[in-house]
Each structure stands twice: as structure tokens, then as C-alpha cells.
Design a protein around this ligand. Structure first.
Ligand code: SF4
Length: 649
């Protein structure tokens, strides 16, 4: 007979329900979405709570969580439920009424699960993790947790440097999660079946010894008198010096999510997404996602077709996004776009392809996917304002390429072009950024000429550059918030001062302040954890949301928390690192060879570009030999056929 559910694992819905009439958007907390899963608690021996540490509307569409939720729930004897950050209004009521952090699927307390797996796309979710731990009744620091607390496990891109949250997590996994969660499940199951020998420590040791799970508590960090790291040393035997990332090689073997979740409340994406490939080798030097997900692994055209078909049937969505880091780069994207457009032509299914590639082929693809639809706006990302800057960042786009591309877009009926740039890139000067205005002017000129209309718009959107770990810019100084704001103000003035074209140019930018906090957390080490905790205790929540983010709170808390260590926010952000410096994430192996990254950083300073290894010989970034992987692209030679025969003769 299965054991009875312990009281600690019982649903808290009756208590929660009484609070919901008093909070905003209560629907986000009730669960029961189409394709959600509730498995019997007592029939499972390994139980995961999966958290995206942001509000439901951002967290629900997250592909990483959706994939792991399904992969785990497909296993016999394993269950996975989801939990999201609760808004401050519900948090206050939960504290007042003693309701713990719960899963939305069966409203069980998060503390009752074996694992709390957190997916961090961005570092700005760290304070939300602390809120959730505290609401769950799980001690904030790993060292204070006992046998009845879940293993707190971090994943996602930000986990490639989990050092700032080292005190708060028990473990981290870097890279693809599909296989990793199954391996971890097996180890937990064995350990539980054996009667939990050696307690929590033994379980973590077993996980760490696989070489693919990082347990920060098993590593000591030694510092030099000047504040830099001297070395990071394992403090248990059998624990590897470097922890490897996980790479799933054959995406066709992992066609997840097969049954995507359909949200109950409004979310940031109201569509189904199919990941068409993973990884990117274009080599944009600022792009952490591209660097850490190497090599490129494509899903086959037939695999994509099947996922789209099954997913649409399972969800009833009317829009499909073909996801990847640069979707126009799939070796068979032309056939994929045409095949899907043919197949769904009569079904009013919208197809979208998030790609910002600056070339005419990208416009052709967008045309194909909007055969019947409205041609509103197209986005291109030259990223750097000047030709020189684009050489530094390895974005091989000339201004003439861009003008040719926008001419094609306007000529095909697109009326609005959005250009995405970054400010604060290494070696950048005011002049590099001011050239963005010249480019936008040329775009409008060309648009008016090609379309024969003055009703043409170009929006310039600018983000602040934040140097990231495991990229060639990991050694670069970050531009201060004040300098970023000054530079952007000059650009704004130049655009507004243009009487002839300025009114056709939209200008969107963020101030430099959030970027400094992101920079502190991205390249921080364990000492930064004290600042995160201080911000959380001071009320910091939802740092990715403009209305909740407080720069002053972060700066005040960080100043006090870091002072005892003799370092400060500038030390972590605007300071340039040297070749010799031990970086906080050096013991986490993304596969990229550190010397190759350094050479690429020097190439950046020399304004030398590097080709994409998908189409040229390997240039030894180190990933493939280190991870025993390889570039995996088509063509497969297959075509997507319409599912229904049209006009039968
Ligand atoms: S090892 Fe070579 S082929 Fe593999 S991602 Fe790096 S450069 Fe490309």
C-alpha cells in the first residue's frame, strides 16, 4: 500500500483560495492549464518543483521549464510541478496567513519536494529566488538546510556563473537540462531507496562526482590581498576541479515540449514555440548565449514539421514561433518557411521567425511567412553604430548591406523598420554611437525613395552592453551608468535636431543603471551574495521590472555588503581584467578554451573579424573536442509536404 501523503505535502489551496479575491490577477495562481499535469503524489518517489523566478506571465512561456516539466513527468514514478514568483500583494498576504510558496499544479508546498529546480535566464531573478525560499520555509543558505529540505538546483544561462548565488543554492547544472535532470533523478532515487545514507552531504557528493553537477559548498575560494581570486579548490575528494556543461546532440530525439502549456492568464508570448536549432557559431563577441551553447545542432526539417503539427493540435494556438538564436541561419530555413506556409496557408496559422539578420534573404523569409498577413514591422540588429564597432564585436554587416536590406523591406511593403544597437561596447567612443543617427537617416531616405511615400518609420532601439562570463568580452571594462546616459543623450539630441528626418525616427533606450546591477551579478563572485541578500532583506523584488527595480537600493546595499572585502561595484563592473586573473567562473567548463577567448578578445581590440565555423573550417574554440560534440547541420534533402491534398484532380 502506498504511504499516505504527509501533512507537509498536502495542498494549501484551501488557505490560498481565501486570499485570491484580494490580489491582482488571481487566475495566475490556480493552475489547471491545458496540457498541465498532476500526478499522484504517493505514486512517485522523486518529485521536482520547477521554478521560473519571475511572474507567471513571464515564466509560463519559458521553454526551458516547459521542456523539463514534460521530460520529467513522462518518467514513471517521477513528478514535476511548477512554481512562479508571487507578486508582492500575494506575498504580503501569504506571510500574514502563513501560506508557504506553492506549486500551481497541485498547490503543494515547495518544501515538500525533493528538488527545487530554478531556471535563471537572467541574473535579475536572484532576489526572487530568495523570496521564494523564504516563503517556502527553506533556509536561505545551503549550509543551514536539513534532510527535509529540497535540493536547490540552479540552471539556465545565468548558472554559467552561479558564484554570486553560491551560498543560496545547493548545486548548479550548466548546459542542456534534458538528460541532466534524468541523471539527477536516478541518483536521488537510488539514494532514497537506500534509506538516504550519509544524509544531504552524501547525496550532493554523489551528484558532484558525476562531473556534471556543481556543488559550490565543495569548493573553497582563496583570495589575493588585492581582492582578486587566487584559486578555487575542491574541498572533498573525488570532486572534479572543473565541472562540465551538458550538451544534447540530437534534437530530433528530444522533441519537447510535445504538449506545450496553454496559459490561463495573459503572458508575454501567446503562441507556440518550436526550437529549430540550438547553439550559434556566428561568433558575436558580446553574445553569451551564442558562446555557451556551441556547437550548432539543428532539428531536422521533418522533426520541425512534426512538432508544429502535433503542438498545434495539442494547444489550439494560432501562431507558431520558430525559435533559435538566429533562426534564418538554419541550413534549410527556406524550405522550412515555404513548407510551413504552404501547409497552413488556409488555416490562418501565423508563423513568425525571430531573426534579426541584416540581409535580403531574411526579408524574403519574412515575406514568405506573411503571405496572407499584415506587413507591419521588421527588426534588424546591426548592434554597433559604426563599421569599426561592428568589427570589434564581430558583427559582419556593412552600412551598405543594411541599406540594401531595408530597401528590399520597404520595397516589399514593410512600413516600419526597427534597428537594434548596443551602447557601451568595448573601445566605443561618442562618435561610434552618433553614427547610429546617420544610419537611421539613410534608412529613412532610402525608405522614402523606394516606397515613394513619406509614411515610413525607423525605430532605433538601444540596450546597454553588459560584459558576460564565457565570452571574449569577459575581461572588458563596462561603461559606467553615467557615461552610458551621457552618450545616449548626445545621440537623442542629434536625432531630435534633424529637422528633415528626425520626426520619422523613433528612439528607445534604457538608462544605464539596470545594466550596472546586471554587470555586478554577471561577473560577480561569492562575495556579491552578501549584496543580493541585503537587497532582498531591504525589500528588493522583481529586479527585471522597471517599476520594482531600485538602483539606489542596490548601490547602498552593495556598498555596505562589499566594504568588508575591500571591493566595490566599480571593481566588479568598470574594471578591466588581465590575462592572469582567475575569473570566478573558470572552474565551470563551457568547453570554450580560455586562451582562444583571450585571442578573440585581442582580435576584437585589433578590429579583426572571425568567420562562422558552420561554413568554414574549425578555428579551434575548443568546444567540440572538450565536449565530444560537433557541428550538426543539414541539408537533409527532405521537404515538408502539405498535410492535406489541395485541389485534388
Ligand atoms: S570547436 Fe571548431 S567546429 Fe566546434 S564550435 Fe568551436 S570552432 Fe566551431
Amino acid at each position: 500500500m502506498p504511504a499516505e501523503t504527509p501533512a507537509a505535502a498536502e495542498s494549501v489551496f484551501p488557505q490560498l483560495e481565501a486570499l485570491l479575491p484580494h490580489v491582482q490577477k488571481p487566475i495566475q495562481y490556480v493552475g489547471g492549464e491545458l496540457n498541465s499535469t498532476v500526478k499522484p503524489w504517493d505514486a512517485c518517489d522523486v518529485r521536482w518543483a520547477l521554478m521560473y523566478p519571475d511572474a507567471y506571465e513571464v515564466g509560463l512561456p519559458n521553454q526551458g521549464v516547459m521542456i523539463l516539466y514534460e521530460v520529467l513527468n513522462e518518467q514513471e514514478g517521477v513528478l514535476a510541478e511548477r512554481t512562479y514568483s508571487v507578486w508582492p500583494d500575494l506575498e504580503a498576504l501569504m506571510r500574514e496567513h502563513g501560506v508557504p510558496q506553492f506549486t500551481v499544479d497541485s498547490h503543494r508546498p515547495v518544501k515538500a519536494f525533493d528538488v527545487l529546480g530554478l531556471s535563471f535566464s537572467t541574473e535579475l531573478g536572484y532576489t526572487n529566488m530568495l523570496t521564494a525560499l523564504d516563503l517556502a520555509g527553506i533556509p536561505l543558505e545551503a549550509k543551514d538546510r536539513g534532510l527535509d529540505d529540497p535540493i536547490v538546483l540552479a540552471g539556465g544561462h545565468a548558472a554559467f556563473n552561479p558564484e554570486p548565488i553560491a551560498e543560496f543554492i545547493d548545486a548548479a547544472v550548466i548546459g542542456d537540462g534534458e538528460q541532466a535532470v534524468l541523471d539527477i533523478t536516478r541518483i536521488i532515487r537510488e539514494w532514497k531507496a537506500e534509506g538516504r545514507p550519509g544524509g544531504r552531504e552524501e547525496l550532493l557528493l554523489r551528484l558532484a562526482k558525476t562531473g556534471g553537477v556543481y556543488v559550490p559548498g565543495f569548493y573553497d575560494v582563496e583570495y589575493l590581498p588585492d581582492g582578486r581570486i587566487a584559486r578555487v579548490v575542491p574541498n572533498r575528494s573525488g570532486v572534479p576541479w572543473r565541472v562540465s556543461k551538458h550538451t544534447v546532440m540530437d534534437l530530433d530525439e528530444w522533441p519537447y515540449p510535445k504538449q506545450p502549456l496553454v496559459p490561463l492568464a495573459e503572458t508575454v508570448h501567446e503562441r507556440m514555440s518550436v526550437e529549430i536549432f540550438r547553439g550559434c557559431t556566428r561568433g558575436c563577441r558580446f553574445c553569451q548565449a551564442g558562446m555557451i551553447t556551441r556547437p550548432v545542432r539543428e532539428r531536422s526539417i521533418t522533426g520541425i514539421g512534426e512538432m508544429v503539427e502535433k503542438g498545434l493540435k495539442a494547444t489550439g494556438f494560432e501562431e507558431v514561433g520558430l525559435l533559435s538564436l538566429s533562426s534564418a541561419d538554419h541550413s534549410e530555413i527556406g524550405d522550412i518557411a515555404k513548407g510551413l506556409a504552404d501547409r497552413y496557408e488556409d488555416d490562418k496559422i501565423g508563423l513568425s521567425l525571430p531573426s534579426t539578420r541584416v540581409d535580403a534573404f531574411n526579408v524574403d523569409l519574412a515575406n514568405e511567412l506573411t503571405r496572407n498577413g499584415r506587413r507591419s514591422g521588421l527588426t534588424f540588429a546591426p548592434e554597433g553604430g559604426s563599421e569599426r564597432m561592428r568589427k570589434v564585436i564581430n558583427k559582419m554587416v556593412s552600412e551598405d548591406d543594411l541599406i540594401r536590406t531595408v530597401a528590399t523591406a520597404y520595397g516589399n511593403g514593410w512600413r516600419q523598420v526597427k534597428l537594434y544597437f548596443m551602447c557601451g561596447l568595448p573601445t566605443e567612443t561618442d562618435e561610434d554611437v552618433l553614427q547610429i543617427a546617420d544610419m537611421a537617416t539613410r534608412v529613412i531616405q532610402k525608405g522614402r525613395e523606394v516606397s515613394g511615400s513619406n509614411d515610413i518609420r525607423c525605430t532605433v532601439s538601444i540596450g546597454g552592453f553588459v560584459p558576460k562570463p564565457h565570452t571574449p568580452f569577459q575581461w572588458a571594462p563596462q561603461l559606467s551608468a553615467e557615461e552610458t546616459d551621457e552618450r545616449l543623450a548626445k545621440l537623442r539630441d542629434k536625432i531630435r535636431g534633424d529637422k528633415k528626418y528626425g520626426r520619422s525616427i523613433g528612439f528607445r533606450y534604457h538608462d544605464g543603471k539596470p545594466g550596472i546591477v546586471e554587470g555586478l551579478l554577471s561577473r560577480g563572485d561569492r562575495r556579491v551574495g552578501a549584496a543580493i541578500r541585503a537587497v532582498y532583506e531591504d525589500g528588493g523584488r522583481f529586479d527585471g521590472w522597471r517599476e520594482h527595480f531600485s538602483y539606489d537600493r542596490w548601490m547602498n546595499c552593495a556598498e555596505k555588503a562589499l566594504a568588508p572585502y575591500g571591493v566595490d561595484v566599480d571593481w566588479y563592473t568598470t574594471r578591466e581584467r588581465t590575462y592572469e586573473e582567475v575569473l570566478p567562473w573558470d572552474h565551470l567548463d563551457s568547453g570554450l578554451d580560455k586562451d582562444w577567448l583571450w585571442e578573440d578578445w585581442q582580435d576584437a581590440l585589433d578590429e579583426t573579424e572571425v568567420e562562422d565555423c558552420r561554413w568554414t573550417p574549425c578555428f579551434d574554440c575548443g568546444v567540440c573536442p572538450a565536449m565530444d560534440t560537433h557541428i550538426q547541420i543539414g541539408p537533409t534533402g527532405k521537404k515538408l509536404l502539405p498535410l492535406t491534398v489541395k485541389n485534388p484532380s
